[in-house]
Design a protein around this ligand. Sequence first.
Ligand code: ADP
Length: 636
Amino acid sequence: MAPSSLEAARSVLSRQFGYADFRPGQEAVVAAVLGGRDALAVMPTGAGKSICYQVPAVVLDGLTVVVSPLVSLMADQVRALKEAGIRGAYLNSTLTPAQQAEVLARARSGAYDLMYVAPERLADPRFTAFAAEASIPFVAVDEAHCVSQWGQDFRPSYLAIGDFIAALPARPVVAALTATATERVRADIVRLLGLRDPALTVTGFDRPNLRFAVERCEPKRKDARLDAFIDERRAESGIVYCSKRACVEEVCAHLRERGIAATRYHAGLSPEERQRNQRAFVADDAPVMVATNAFGMGIDKSNVSYVVHYNMPGSVEAYYQEAGRAGRDGAPAECLLLWCDGDIATGRFFIEQESANEALTAEESEVVRAGRRRMLEAMVGYCYTTDCLRRYLLRYFGEDGESGEDGKGGEGGEGPASDPRCCSNCAGEMEAVDVTAEARAVMRCVHELRGRFGKTMVVDVLRGADTEAIRSRGLNRAASYGSCDAKRPLLMEVVELLAAGDYLTITEGTYPVVCAGGRYREAARDDFSLCMKRTASKAKRGAAVRSAGAAGVAALTASDEALFERLRALRKRLADEAEVPPYVVFPNTTLTAMAQARPATAAEFLAVPGIGEKKLATYGEPFLAEIAAFQAEAGA
Ligand code: ADP
């Protein structure tokens, strides 16, 4: 590729978007596309996939088509582009046929650099007729995993994209973008979209500004825990994910009763209400969103400071995607997962229910179920691990956590010199307790019972319980009967922990049984060991939390803070006037930098990260005036 086009791309990045540098991965994708090569970009949510197609769209002559399933988001995305001085449009079913015709007429006259198109439109004869004559140098497919039946969000309409591209008079460069990590889905994307020798870019799944925390919490204590968590963050915006609609209703009502401006989102609400609530959240009118996993795909609200999971989700993919909606502006953010045994049971139940997919044969369904079971166990493993949570997540996505550490086993416990800002395990909020002896007893018992009984029976036999169920089956004569005097909840947890580590399998169904897992034999080896997480003593925990808090606070002085609040109020006013979400005006990171740098001239204003010429032209005056007024008052 001519170096000049990458130079042009850099200039677009800084002039129009106001960013000094590409983020990791972005430059590789942009360079591939501008060099005429297809690209497959695997980047986690929030990594900045949009730039990968928006920048080439401006540099390339002709119209860039962006296929996206996120219809409800397109209007906002186009508005944000306009803010950056980029000519965008969208085409989806929210427009009337007359409006669609108008968009296409304008596109014909070369009015746009970029057009978002819902996949269903690609089959619309009016659009194909337009595309047959238009100059389309580049097609970007966002959320490309939707083309795969193995992904979580398969959309049949995505299967038409390959044909659409093949039917264009000149084959465009094609880029596929996704946050999904599995090999199988990636292979489907390449095959079904017909990518030609794509440049593969996989970028850091690490999100250094996110702090992870896991807490085991009995159902009746969850509300109190949530209250305490939110009370410490009253000024901030966050999302609370629940696994069921009814739970969303309860939690949302509970928060409102406590005077918190919460709103809700789930598939049981009318489309109007969903849209209204989403807007209220994005506009910061309702800073707390309580929702099922139906909420959030493609929501670009950058100032979400925390994501709480009120229940354990069904996979690490789902968890990381949802948790990843926090801190997209790069500011420190918190991801808290509250879980209880019931959540695991619910997860297993969901897997069983889900098998009723008519499109699959019984055999295929079983393959899918087995896959989901493995995904669930990995999620349970995250809840139980005593290792660094971040490292656990990164390993899951195929990235090894920091070098030097011995990766084997993963249940090592206290990491050396760990940073409390990293996660609750590194902060020592949890202590590792060695339960190897108990685990061996459980394994022997499961072996002896030949995988015919459930968790309760296994634990009862180990503890030598005198029950009718045991006597009637003669299990009181088993060798492992009464072989372990540990407390009942501890043994229950050891069984789950062994299942999470794939030493045991717990089947789903009406009568779940505990039987051998894939690593069954490994548990019999001499070097086998198992640790369990316990809440650390109060004193230790308090110290850890305090140091985490101190380290996590952004380095704003009290005076910076006061200015920040004024700038934030100004942003809200301007955003409401322009009917755009506040982060479209400026993200929090830009406001923070502004409060610290206190620019007095246009040139100084431009030097603030996130501010380009277009933003200077639109917002320079009011913000510079506000800063000047603040400085004058402070000086007076
Ligand atoms: P994704 O689609 O990968 O989830 P987005 O494209 O929505 O992520 O980008 C996430 C955030 O990162 C946005 O707020 C965007 O403005 C910001 N961003 C993207 N690229 C850059 C960059 N090069 N420098 C600074 N911020 C960026």
